[in-house]
Design a protein around this ligand. Sequence first.
Ligand code: ZN
Length: 278
Amino acid sequence: MSNPLTQYYRVPKLYVKLPSQGRFYPKGMVETTGNGEVPVYPMSALDQITIRTPDALLNGDAMIRVVSHCVPDIKNPKDLVEPDINTLFVAIRVATHGEQMEIATACPSCNHDNNYQVNLSGLLETQELFDQDNHVEFDGTLLIHLRPYNFEQRNLTLLNEITESQAIGQIQNNLNLDDTTKLTSLGKHMTKMAERTFEIVAKSITQITIIKTGVVVEDRAFIEEWLKHIPKSQADVLTQKIAQLNKVGIDPNHTFVCESCNHEWQQPIDFDPTSFFG
Ligand SMILES: [Zn+2]
């Protein structure tokens, strides 16, 4: 017998459009309503415990599990792209805690401690949907097809930053090292960090079309080998384009006005799960 309590489970609190509009996903990964929205449910008590476990946060599995519970119409949340991830984080927070979020921040001009209520539904209403080109062309020879970061790349970036900044901190604070040794070690870590970043970026290249012949290359090993041989100027173009694709969707910048001195400034709202869902 099926559980008669099923109909008394959580109900969806809001419906939201994904900025990607499904553009980077295989057929069937996202089920949307007629107007392209997905229903979003509040976090369960178990979800809220899951995201407070520090280790689970680091490897990102916790957030993937939470998305699969709160947005069940997304079949494979680990393949979600960055703009959709940000939108869903905001939507899940609204579904769970309501649309107001308190942000405490000091005024950069007079240092006064301000407390603000930010309306998160406003961020969802003004989000930008994907309508830009996701290709880069090199001198009429190659057409590179790109997609924004997915969950895996987002987590690898976070891990890379944490590991390297810890390593750099340890070198800087090591009293047994002379300045020359410190500089050499720091240089090595900066190079390692840049290499890892590039490996992460490479995962955003989905295929390369050779324009003259129409041949399409999708083999990961071929693409990665090609990347190692291109000039820095071309690599920079790819990195910048992918960064731009990652930024589609919600604009995290919010304008704050100081209640003490009326100073006005812009500051991004941090969607990092540790602080955002706390
Ligand atoms: Zn002020």
